[in-house]
Design a protein around this ligand. Structure first.
Ligand code: NCD
Length: 328
């Protein structure tokens, strides 16, 4: 969708601030270790029920969930809606395309309109950093951030943590992950970094210098100028899509050049630990950030990430709806 020009502004102070009793989930920055592990346990419990095949407890009966997507989505939107429906919620979806946003309605007016219909939980994706925090401050409902610009994507962060917890037999401390690609524009990378750091994971980021965040030094990660040595002995690698929609035109690398230096290829992933895994949040651009042989290979956990996404979103919706009911 068209740029709002706000994407790279810092999120408002407190945009990702965590409170364990909060009815909102806006980010993973500042979420304490115990709270992260509780989210993972709750998601794993929902996953076991989903796998069991019996109908899920209708924990969201009488709850109205609206998914408001001002940016495109496949996995995130579908998995929130599938989770909400399986839990008995009334679910309505909203896309900016085809709405009155195209007639000039402001974000706050659009959100207040949705809130006036009596929704309890708003799941929101928006191209501007801080948009979910703005909604949380302005509306009486619970707000779950489904991605705000280049800022955070907390449920993606949780599903990445759950996928890694499985791969690493429950032990995060002392593990090492390489996150490769467009770190500067990636909300997926930021949420993953916040969560992984809290759990004691050693994080290396790699990618073209033009796609490294200006504050890379303050993220608590190691910046590797070359991908190959960084992968040596690593316990996981996460490839990221080039976020062309968030880049100024001069920053967009040529696909072939990018792939030659930064794609996860079979030769590169062979440098990692024998049991290391490969993550990608999707959508994948095969042949650019990840070779098809790696995307479909034995180390790939891409579809596990997707399946874990439904379980994580069950846990998040139930907790936020419960907190909203207490608050309301
Ligand atoms: C990501 C997103 O939208 O932030 N996708 C996702 O939610 N699984 C990553 C991307 O678009 O590259």
């Amino acid at each position: 969708m068209t740029s709002t020009g706000l994407e790279h502004r810092p999120a408002p102070a407190g945009a990702g601030r965590f409170s364990s009793s909060s009815r909102h989930l806006l980010g993973l920055e500042g979420v304490p270790r115990e709270a992260l592990l509780t989210w993972l346990d709750e998601a794993a419990a929902w996953r076991a029920r989903l796998r069991g095949g019996a109908p899920l407890p209708q924990a969201l009966a009488q709850v109205i969930v609206v998914s408001a997507f001002f940016e495109d989505s496949t996995r995130t939107r579908m998995s929130f809606e599938i989770a909400a429906r399986q839990l008995g919620a009334t679910v309505a979806g909203f896309s900016a395309a085809g709405s009155s946003v195209s007639k000039g309605e402001s974000l706050l007016d659009t959100l207040r309109t949705l809130a006036a219909m009596g929704l309890h939980v708003l799941v929101m994706r928006h191209p501007s950093a801080g948009a979910a925090a703005l909604a949380a401050g302005a509306l009486p409902c619970a707000v779950v951030n489904a991605g705000d610009g280049a800022h955070e994507h907390p449920t993606q962060g949780l599903l990445d943590l759950l996928t890694l917890r499985d791969a690493w037999q429950g032990r995060f401390a002392g593990r090492r992950i390489v996150i490769v690609g467009d770190i500067a524009h990636s909300r997926v990378a930021r949420s993953a970094i916040f969560g992984l750091r809290t759990l004691g994971v050693d994080i290396t980021v790699a990618g073209p210098p033009s796609l490294m965040p200006r504050d890379v030094g303050s993220l608590g990660v190691t910046h590797a100028p070359e991908l190959e040595p960084a992968l040596d002995g690593a316990d996981a690698a996460m490839a990221l899509r080039l976020q062309r929609e968030r880049m100024e035109s001069g920053l967009v690398p040529e696909a072939g050049d990018y792939a030659r230096r930064w794609a996860l290829t079979p030769a590169r992933v062979a440098r990692m630990a024998a049991d290391a895994v490969v993550l990608h949040p999707g959508p994948m651009n095969r042949g650019i950030e990840i070779a098809p042989e790696v995307a479909d290979g034995p180390r790939a956990r891409v579809l596990d990430q997707v399946a874990n996404g439904v379980a994580v979103r069950c846990a998040v919706l139930v907790r936020c709806a419960a907190a909203q009911r207490i608050a309301a």
